[in-house]
Ligand binder design. Structure first.
Ligand code: IMP
Length: 178
């Protein structure tokens, strides 16, 4: 793909590995939620590609809702200050919720979302994240379903961006700046 001047992309996780892992997660989630009413809550924008593939890999009836949050600013560092830009459309009363996130870095964003969703009357709340930068964690959040643990590098693709670019890459890539 065409890149910004002074920027190069290196594939970290190829598309076929992502697809295989998503299929595996879908099978595990299908078994765990066999007789339950499942709601996937996708955190925009980064998880829009992941949730589309994950939802189709899960073989139980489910509904999908979206939350959009933002850390202040366009920085590549999480500020820990989370703002809700779009809240949930539906009540979670009596539902089993799976929060679908693209990546957990410091954990600050997900920690806030987890608390927010738990306060909305769900029977259970679990977290599924495609990527996990474990070494960067500042607050403990339970990631019940995890795609890949990755090193402390900034990555893009498969929904993830840098300043809104590269979300449409099929692979997860590291951004190398020269
Ligand atoms: P946390 O609050 O530090 O865990 O940050 C989580 C959010 O930061 C994610 O939902 C992403 O939007 C963004 N983020 C963290 N690391 C990356 C990355 O490597 N690439 C793209 N976005 C990232």
């Amino acid at each position: 793909m065409r890149t910004q001047a002074g920027e190069r992309l290196e594939v970290l996780i190829p598309a076929q590995d992502i697809q295989a892992r998503v299929e595996h997660l879908g099978k595990r989630i299908t078994l765990d939620y066999e007789d339950k009413e499942l709601v996937l809550i996708a955190i925009l924008k980064g998880s829009f590609v992941f949730v589309a593939d994950l939802a189709r890999a899960i073989d139980v009836p489910l509904s999908v809702d979206f939350m959009a949050v933002s850390s202040y600013g366009m920085s590549t560092k999480s500020s820990g200050v989370v703002r809700i830009i779009k809240d949930l459309d539906y009540s979670l009363d009596g539902k089993h919720v799976l929060v679908v996130e693209d990546i957990v870095d410091t954990g600050l964003t997900l920690n806030y979302i987890y608390g927010h969703v738990k306060s909305r009357g769900a029977m259970s709340v679990k977290i599924c994240s495609l990527l996990d930068k474990v070494s960067r964690r500042q607050v403990a959040v339970p990631v019940h379903y995890k795609g890949f643990e990755i090193p402390d590098e900034f990555v893009v693709g498969y929904g993830l961006d840098v300043e809104e670019r590269y979300r449409n890459l099929p692979d997860v890539c590291r951004v190398v700046r020269s």
